[in-house]
Write a protein that binds this ligand. Sequence first.
Ligand SMILES: Cc1cc2nc3c(=O)[nH]c(=O)nc-3n(C[C@H](O)[C@H](O)[C@H](O)COP(=O)(O)OP(=O)(O)OC[C@H]3O[C@@H](n4cnc5c(N)ncnc54)[C@H](O)[C@@H]3O)c2cc1C
Length: 398
Amino acid sequence: MHPENPSPTSSPQEALRAFREFARTTLLGHDAEFDSGAEPPLELYRPLHEMGLLNWWLPKEYGGAGFGLADSVDIVSELAYADAGSAFTLLISILSSSMVSLYGSPELKKEFLTAMARDGGYSAALGSEREAGSELINLTTTLTKRGDQVVLNGEKMFSTNSGFADYLIVFARSTGEREKAASYHAVLVPRDTPGTRVVKRWDMIGLRSAGTYQVSFTDCAVHSGNVLDGPGLKVIEVGLNSSRILIGAIALGVARRIRDMCLDYAIRKPLGGHTLIENAVFAGKLGQMEMQIDVMRNQCLAAAREYDGIMALDDAPAVLLQRGALRSALTAKMFCGQTGFQIATVGSEMFGGLGYTTDMPISKYLRDIRAVTIVEAGDDVLRELVFRRFVLPPDRRI
Ligand SMILES: Cc1cc2nc3c(=O)[nH]c(=O)nc-3n(C[C@H](O)[C@H](O)[C@H](O)COP(=O)(O)OP(=O)(O)OC[C@H]3O[C@@H](n4cnc5c(N)ncnc54)[C@H](O)[C@@H]3O)c2cc1C
């Protein structure tokens, strides 16, 4: 551990307890504030850094707590139970930092991951453009080699955390490469590099305590050592494995919150001389929800364990590049997004007319959970990817 780092909470169980305590005491019960669209409340997350738990996945050799993805599923679920936007802000740096961890040079890793663990910073990934979101093959941001530097030009449509992140992982394309795959690159850009400009923060309909930004790059030059090692489109596929699983876990946390709210309401709601909780139709709905929640959690955990298993290999970066998107990670995000939205719909009906008012936070949960099937590629695109990679006979797979 870095000598100046806060002491990390030692075991995964202890860390989960700390996150649950943090989520229940600091985040829970502030739905209206989180839903107001105010700036991301980063100061609120500072205690996590003081406990050594901000960016809890950062490797121990750089001063992080070094927790695995399977440990992270319940952590994100606890955070999202209290506020999905906060969970999104806190987990999304895993996408960019794990790409650095796997494919950055030793110098890059030492500089940026150590600073992140020591100072409690954030990072962001910038892939999506106006015509390239789910399908990054269409991206138009250019990378030009100039001496020992690379120069970026282009505009990125959506990028979470980039308004305050310390470094950005930007995806760009060069010309003149023989092989198309070799023309896509992932480049680490320190946030204060000249030519980097936040164009605006989007006013999203959900996850409103998070910040997602449009960012432009004009003659933005960084050292060529900042280019990550590996074909850019594969590097992001690998990075997306961890964040997709944890975005699935956001749906899990929100679904658990909806279940508990429904239960609280049913205890109090009078119905024909009884209360709603005594009603068989209500019991059936909550039984169904519990089954869905259980399978969501199990799928996230199965995917996370598969990822952790690969990460434990000596040649994990190469194995991951070869495998790219893991089926379990794709299906975890898709299943959790679709099932979570069903739970939110049933939940909103449960409160009758009240469920359609802003008096009840259910509208926030519906809007928050909607994002899961959209971010990091929409379901239409992921369905096709699963078909092409895992359903077609092996000799026809792309
Ligand atoms: C809250 C939020 C945070 C985000 N954060 C980030 C971030 O940090 N970094 C980042 O890079 N991006 C980020 N994004 C962008 C996000 O990843 C993209 O919006 C998402 O991948 C969808 O891409 P798109 O917007 O280009 O839409 P498209 O994928 O173009 O979808 C538009 C429509 O076209 C359809 N479509 C597209 N391709 C196909 C196909 N092959 N077959 C059939 N139908 C198709 C879709 O189903 C959809 O109906 C964020 C977005 C949101 C909403």
